[in-house]
Design a protein. Structure first.
Length: 167
């Protein structure tokens, strides 16, 4: 399973809207494996979305179990065709992204979300996430719409910071 190259801002391919997954066969399993390996190899890798590796499909992974900040989490979530169906609360927090390696930013996100998605077999699943995991999930789902955290900051002057170190 190779580590895949990550597209970085301002690559226009990051702005595309990803296509639904319809084939739950061996190609999907292989891509999920590659994504997991690529996420684990990245600095601060709590999530990755397929468009970041130039695969324009609705797949993302979230894994907050190895986060620097301990938080309630589901371990590795393989989210295929995910959709947020409920959200509540609002909170500002710092985010980074492998596609914007030189910056972090303060971004407003819901504090709790309910996400419907399919697993690698195509079964419908529901995950209820809160706090940092909810933030990671919203960040990764944004990638499927061609949205980056930089698009969500209130003030590019005050809320974007050069990154000093990873993790
Ligand atoms: Ni990202």
């Amino acid at each position: 399973m190779p580590i895949l190259p990550i597209l970085t801002y301002p690559d226009p391919r990051l702005k595309r809207i990803a296509e639904p997954v319809t084939d739950f066969g061996p190609d999907l399993a292989a891509l999920l494996g590659d994504l997991a390996e690529t996420m684990a190899a990245g600095p601060g890798g709590v999530g990755i979305a397929a468009p970041q590796v130039d695969r324009c499909v609705r797949i993302c992974l979230v894994d907050c179990s190895k986060s620097r900040r301990p938080c309630v989490n589901h371990g590795l979530l393989e989210l295929i065709n995910p959709e947020i169906v409920e959200w509540s609360g609002m909170e500002v927090g710092r985010e980074g992204c492998m596609s914007l390696p030189d910056f972090t930013a303060n971004v407003v996100r819901a504090t709790e979300v309910v996400c419907q998605y399919q697993d690698r077999e195509g079964n419908e699943q529901v995950a209820h996430a809160e706090g940092f995991e909810a933030r990671a999930l919203q960040h990764e789902l944004d990638h499927l719409e061609g949205t980056l955290f930089i698009d969500r900051v209130v003030s590019k002057k005050r809320d974007v910071f050069p990154r000093k170190r990873y993790r």
